[in-house]
Design a protein around this ligand. Structure first.
Ligand code: EPZ
Length: 452
């Protein structure tokens, strides 16, 4: 992915003009093209779209592949910039990686390093997921702190505490992590204060080849955890309880590479459902897994949508006018997923009535609300609570992606709005959605990816 030099995006409207000027001149002189999405709203979506493999499963699976000796063929792997960043890290470590369409083949045998340079860590925040696998494979790992992101501080204290319990010596200095195992890791009982997805994944990766048994209490239960455990088991790991709150891992000597197909992306599924809902459309989502979003589907029904689940397909039919959704509280799985909060906020901003959101997972995940308000949404944010008064219609406007799912929310709002929306900073979208604009075009949306 080409590095983009861009001016820090100011939040306040008053600071926007100078920044915009700087960015236009700077990027113009540098010959950098700033891609934007232009959306002419008000068109009903109709048709079928195939759901891609899940970003949040593909990333830990790629990290896990360095643990399994030989060549693992990961199929249904989405073509995203975060996946490209993971491939760059694997290649930096010495692995041979071949990519063709949705298949990533990782040969981990030539792995020869245990450091991840700053530049690669900065390309993708979730690079921390390489920590457990690298320590288990090489006995050490050197990488910088992943740092915060648009969603907040993104601490890794739970990851580090768990790895220390497994016997890893960790020195944190000058923003870097220096980790050393000093021999084979030792299985132990680990109780997580919070069912962190990333921490659960790092523990699974480090414990799979540790000596003895590891139990994870208060483990994350997300479908992506189940996917990771299924791949590790296929490589020879001995894991019980995947998807439950208590997982046990009996360490084995080594893991052997195996092929694996990435599960469908449940957040991409919700994003398309919301796009269909706001346009009064009718969409068939091929390859979707309704069971993974069992707590989200009732929200669409409460909003007045009709859902039909068939084997390997989920269909939505939306009403001309959506109804409000009483309350949405984000929770760890199987509760309502935090990644679906922004797309659903865009959807309810044009529903009839007041919807209330409570964001319980991340401390700062309402940045998209400001951009939706620029489009005419009526949203009041107070700490973790956002109150959305549905409006008759939104108006197209120049807006900016604040983060991956916030960007998706603005695409959804643009599809519903009267007039034209121009969406900047769409590199956020490319991290987690493969071909979103072309798929929406195929469903009848007037959306174009152009150079600003
Ligand atoms: C994963 O992030 C996902 N990312 C996120 O998706 C998702 O929102 C999140 O899980 C929750 O479901 C990937 O899988 C790559 P967490 P992760 O550890 O692992 C706190 C997207 O849009 N915490 O479950 O980082 C943390 O600050 C992305 O696709 C600690 O305090 O999530 C947060 O408040 C965004 N200490 C909460 O736990 C720690 O050591 C949830 O974090 C770790 C986490």
């Amino acid at each position: 992915m080409q590095a983009r030099h861009r001016a820090p995006t100011g939040r306040a409207v008053s600071r926007r003009k100078p920044l915009l000027l700087f960015r236009t001149i700077f990027c113009g002189e540098m010959g950098l093209n700033m891609e934007i999405l232009r959306i002419d709203g008000g068109r009903r979506l109709d048709g079928a779209v195939t759901i891609h493999g899940a970003k949040n499963s593909a990333l830990p699976l790629l990290a896990a592949s360095l643990l399994a000796r030989g060549t693992s063929e990961i199929t249904n792997c989405p073509q995203l910039s975060d996946v490209a960043a993971s491939v760059n890290i694997l290649r930096h470590l010495g692995c041979r990686v071949e990519r063709s369409e949705g298949t990533v083949a990782v040969d981990s045998l030539p792995l020869s390093r245990s450091d991840v340079p700053d530049s690669l860590m900065r390309e993708m925040r979730s690079s921390i997921i390489f920590l457990g696998a690298l320590i288990a494979r090489t006995g050490e790992a050197h990488m910088s702190f992943p740092g915060g992101c648009e969603l907040g501080a993104r601490p890794i204290d739970l990851h580090l505490a768990a790895l220390r319990q497994l016997g890893v010596k960790i020195i944190e200095e000058r923003g870097r992590l220096l980790c050393r195992a000093g021999g084979r890791l030792k299985g132990t009982a680990i109780a997580l204060d919070f069912p962190s997805v990333g921490a659960t994944e790092n523990i699974l990766l480090a414990a799979s080849t540790a000596e003895g048994k590891t139990t994870i209490l208060n483990a994350a239960r997300e479908p992506e955890i189940v996917d990771l455990c299924a791949y590790l088991s296929r490589c020879g790991a001995r894991i019980q309880g995947a998807g439950e709150g208590a997982i046990t891992v009996e360490g084995v000597e080594r893991l052997t590479a195996a092929p694996y197909r990435v599960m469908p992306d449940r957040i991409e599924t919700v994003t398309y459902l919301a796009a269909g809902a706001v346009t009064g459309g009718r969409l068939a989502l091929r390859g979707a897994e309704p069971a993974h979003i069992a707590t989200v589907l009732p929200v669409f029904e409460e909003a007045g949508c009709e859902l039909t689940c068939r084997p390997g397909e989920l269909e939505i039919r939306a009403p001309a006018r959506l109804r409000r959704v009483r309350s949405i509280r984000t929770m760890p799985y199987p509760g309502f997923p935090t990644d679906a909060q922004a797309p659903l906020m865009a959807m309810t901003s044009v529903a009839d009535g007041t919807s209330v959101f409570v964001e319980n997972i991340f401390e700062n995940r309402y940045k998209h609300a400001g951009e939706l308000i620029r489009m005419g949404a009526n949203i009041k944010v107070e700490g973790r609570v956002a109150v959305v008064e549905g409006v008759e219609s939104l108006s197209g406007a120049p807006v900016e992606c604040t983060d991956l799912r916030g960007g998706a929310a603005l695409v959804i709002a643009g599809l519903a709005a009267d007039g034209t929306t121009s969406l900047r900073e769409i590199h956020h979208l490319d991290r987690g959605y493969e071909g979103l604009d072309s798929a929406l075009q195929g469903l009848g949306a007037h959306i174009q990816r152009i150079e600003e």
